[in-house]
Design a protein around this ligand. Sequence first.
Ligand SMILES: [Zn+2]
Ligand SMILES: [Zn+2]
Length: 319
Amino acid sequence: MSDIDLFILFLEMSCFSKDEARTISYYFFNNYSKSMSEFVREHLLSKCKTDSLSATLLKFSKAYDDLNIRNKIKSVVDVNHHELIKGDLHIHTNWSDGNNSIEEMVEKANQLGYKYISITDHSLVNKGRIEMNPQKFLMQLEKISEIQRFYEIRIIKGIEVDVNENGSLDYPNEVIKMADLVIGSIHFDYGKGDIKSLELLNQLLNNEYVDIIGHPLNKIGQKSFLKNLDKIISVAEKNAKVLEINLSPDRIIESEFLVKYLGSSNIMFSFGTDSHTRKQMELINISNLWIDKINKESILNTYEDPLKLIKKKMDKNSR
Ligand SMILES: [Zn+2]
Ligand SMILES: [Zn+2]
């Protein structure tokens, strides 16, 4: 893939149609000498419909500006994902801050030949900006059951739940229990940095309701993570927690680090595109960077029924 194609792809994955993206790229490559992120800030951010899309466009443009990351993405993003990958386990819809409906994401999953898709919208994201309160989540569960009747592909009822400053999850346990699959994620360090985030990671690894830790390095520096590596590996193995290899372009360095230092452990991993638009689901191809570096049996997405595996591991460890 060329720089121009990737530039267009990133625009399409966030705020623009293919035609718009082509026109914008023509202008960028012929008249603009600054970086993509500067260009985006100066000309494009205000054109995105939602804050979430603007944020995505900016993150992706920063990934584009980093030559190392750009080359990695270019080498795999148009290469079909491995046939062993049966589904995407991290997807947002317009029930939280995603741009497309559940149906639109499911249609795309069908096009990608998946056996399942896991809808994992944000919970409260407890910074005052409520994404999906518990009542809305319960409505979403009903909606998914309704939609499921029209599709053969399995729609997994998931949630991406945040961890509060005190280590609890930001949905009540009785609500979390309703989800088939729970991604626990750290999105905030509560202004307290590395040490706090490591403590929150430890809380997630020990929380009986959490199945997958989303983007496990978020808010944690590589040095701090490495210092605690043995402990993290042993707790994750003991509690049968799955660690996510997040496929968002802005997280490539994080994910590469995880594969490098944990890829040969006995930990289970899951691939998730963390898509907020339909087009972003094509980021599953980024898994090509790492799929041959991890034992296939340690990748949740290679199983026909990932939930069964999570359940089995739980029983085995009698949690
Ligand atoms: Zn997240
Ligand atoms: Zn997410």
